[in-house]
Design a protein. Sequence first.
Length: 276
Amino acid sequence: MPQFIPVTDFLDPALDVYARATENQLLNRAEPTEALFIAESPLVIGRALDAGCVPVSLLMETKHVEGKGSEIIARCGDVPVYTAELSVLEQLTGFKLTRGMLCAMRRPKQPSVEEILSSARRVAVLENVMNPTNLGAIFRSAAALGMDAVLLSTEGSDPLYRRATRVSMGTVFQVPWAYFPEDAPWPEGGMALLKKHGFQTVALALKEDSIHIDDPRLLQAEKLAVVLGTEGDGLAAKTIASCDYTVKIPMYHGVDSLNVAAASAVAFWQLRNRGE
């Protein structure tokens, strides 16, 4: 049975993990098995539970205990359920975006890059994408538009950052993802892993010698990695030079670039695996 614990003071230590812990504190690099993330909203929490994530506690507005929170509570077993009135919870930054419910969960063990590449045919590779809103949107597009997985450089934002999970609508728990490992860092080591598993690499970059995004060579490729760069600067020159192809999305009305999340959606749809 769940343990219902009313909270009347925003400074109650029970709210520390939700209100005062930083993302680095939640990540807990010193004790990875104790690392946590915060899932926001019934939809995101539900998708995290579907993916096997282990809940530690719940926080919700009191009125939701018998309402839209009841199914989530039932799925979370005997974890503490902290409840409070809106007057307390609205002091929590961004609470209105959570649909009245948050869940602290253990960070799941992610597959390795090698495990992902052994079965994937279309992957997105993100180089230093720092904005969690963009990252979440990219994951949502990857899930919707045919990418089998997302691979990330270690310098980018964390897919389990609460804003990223919220913007992704929980798809970070549906699309396999991994960071390139220390012994095969991006770009040199990561490129080698991609080539080892038979992937051709496509850089999205504003280069005049780019090929068209509907080039038959891309559409016919058995395995393709779509490489996207950081906001603003885009991909590093050495990354572009290492890719098999460079692609530029054709645009109109004098527009010369798209936000990385928008560009990813166009590229994923156009370059998806059409054999399925």
